[in-house]
Design a protein around this ligand. Structure first.
Ligand SMILES: [Zn+2]
Length: 503
């Protein structure tokens, strides 16, 4: 018997957002019949072997009573998910000489196999496709349901296949069918417009400052006064995402299995998890390699925490570091992953225990205790706390429509441009160095802030945070120097925060 050769196929493993090259090697011999997988273990590996063997047989490619040894290398890369089915089956095809080994050169294969040989889509195809394109891979073969997503990565030819038989044909030189756009084109996400928010001048101004400077925001008002509506309009005034940010967000959605569009979505995301959300849902987690959570899905956009005081303290504590560092790290026994968490926080709370509003019956001491709870975790990250007032039916009819989002977005974009010129792109005022910002403030502005510190209204840290907000007010006004008016406005917002937070 001649010495048996080994055939192989290339694929990519996804460990969080990190793509790792994997080679599937196959060796068929006359030993004890069976499918054996090395380099991947446990029930998932056995199930994968069963799927591949059955799909091959269903496609008329039975291996017969022979020993099939499958090796996924390198061994130290966690190989979770069913994406290795397709490369495994095709490496077996090369072994069966249905396909020449040459046909698998410079090709990356990704896809799950159904028992009948259908190729099914898998999550995380976009970052894998980007990786393939960067490493000079000629062609990427994926399930039809993954084709549009894979095509978002430029620089690699994408072939979509319906089943194993088509995969063999396409790799053997048959023309690939053109990639069909999904039945319904993605509709622009209806997020409403600030024009729908009537009145609420204080909150609207705070929203604009938050958008321009990247400041975290707390909306305080009774139930039904429009806090959620205001929060959800923040993405409509934020600048659209640039290429890098849009691709990063798409990769996060891809790994989470939530990417549905065929064009790169440049709208800043808005995520509003409920206070009953689990730590895994909020921060990332799940079995195997952790999936991204809400804080990562909100990256480059808005994370809205309604009813802030209903949230378990441990969850808010756990959010602190990710929001501060812009990254969330999730440790697992098989693989630790890091996902971006560069979200802007908008929280909302009632003004008092009864919910407030015109018929508030709370005693002063109870309100004080309640407000003190607002100064818990996360609150010291918040720079703006506008009061959202209930708008009565009569007010609604009388009030004119608010300024539309587009007009506010133009001012926000101009302010962002000014801050980018001063401190570099990617550093918003909320993250800017306070010492540098002092240099752009007039003496009267600095004196005003210093007086607030002397009066015990601000701590040193509160002073710096107020200075950053003042800088944003000046940028929105289109002026180079922070003057006394900007400092006064920033102080007003700072001192509106629950007492224990303002310092
Ligand atoms: Zn009350």
């Amino acid at each position: 018997m001649s010495r048996a050769r080994v055939t192989w196929a290339r694929t990519v493993a996804q460990v969080g957002l990190e793509a790792r090259e994997v080679t599937v090697e196959v060796h068929v011999s006359g030993g004890l019949p069976g499918f054996h997988v090395i380099g991947s273990s446990g029930a998932p590996a056995r199930e994968a072997a069963d799927r591949v063997r059955t799909a091959l047989a269903a496609s008329g490619l039975a291996v017969g009573s022979r020993k099939v040894l499958i090796s996924l290398a390198p061994a130290d890369v966690p190989k979770l998910g069913a994406r290795f089915d397709l490369p495994t089956a095709l490496a077996v095809c090369a072994q069966l000489e249905v396909l020449g080994q040459e046909a698998l050169r410079d090709v990356v294969l990704l896809g799950e196999l159904a028992l009948d040989g259908t190729v099914r889509p898998v999550p995380g195809v976009l970052p894998s496709a980007v990786h393939a394109a960067r490493t000079g891979v000629r062609r990427l073969v994926v399930a039809r349901g993954n084709a549009a997503e894979a095509a978002l990565a430029s620089g690699v030819d994408v072939a979509a296949v319906a089943d194993l038989t088509e995969a063999v044909a396409v790799l053997g030189g048959a023309p690939a069918r053109p990639i069909e756009p999904p039945a319904a084109p993605p509709s622009p996400r209806a997020r409403g417009d600030l024009a729908e928010v009537r009145g609420q001048l204080e909150a609207r101004r705070a929203l604009e400052i938050a958008a321009a400077g990247g400041h975290h925001l707390l909306l305080i008002g009774p139930p039904g006064c429009g806090k959620s509506m205001l929060a959800s309009r923040l993405p409509t005034i934020l600048p659209p995402l640039d290429d890098a940010a849009a691709l990063e967000l798409a990769a996060i959605r891809s790994v989470a299995g939530l990417l549905d569009g065929v064009t790169l979505d440049r709208t800043p995301p808005f995520r509003a998890p409920h206070h009953s959300a689990s730590a895994a849902a909020l921060l990332g987690g799940g079995a195997g390699v952790a999936r991204p959570g809400e804080v990562s899905l909100a990256t480059h956009g808005v994370l809205f925490l309604d009813e802030l005081l209903e949230w378990p303290r441990r969850l808010l504590d756990a959010l602190r570091e990710p929001l501060e560092e812009g990254v969330v790290r999730i440790a697992r026994s098989r693989a630790s992953v890091a996902y971006p968490a560069a979200a802007q926080l908008v929280a909302a709370a009632n003004p008092c225990p009864c919910g407030g509003g015109r018929r508030c019956v709370c005693r002063e001491a109870d309100v004080a205790r309640y407000r003190a709870r607002l100064s818990g975790p996360l609150a010291d990250r918040i720079d703006l706390a506008p009061t959202v007032t209930p708008v009565g039916a009569a007010d609604l009819l009388a009030a004119e429509e608010g300024e539309p989002s587009a007009a506010v977005a133009a001012r926000v974009a101009a302010a962002r441009e000014a801050s980018a010129l001063r401190q570099g792109r990617g550093v918003r005022n909320a993250e800017a160095d306070a010492v540098t910002l002092r240099a752009s403030a007039r003496p009267a502005a600095l004196a005003q802030l210093a007086a607030a510190v002397d009066a015990g209204l601000l701590t040193a840290r509160g002073h710096d945070r107020a200075l950053r907000v003042a800088r944003t007010c000046a940028d929105l006004g289109g002026v180079d120097a922070i003057d006394a008016d900007h400092a006064a406005e920033a102080l007003g917002h700072r001192l509106a925060l629950p007492e224990a937070v303002a310092g």
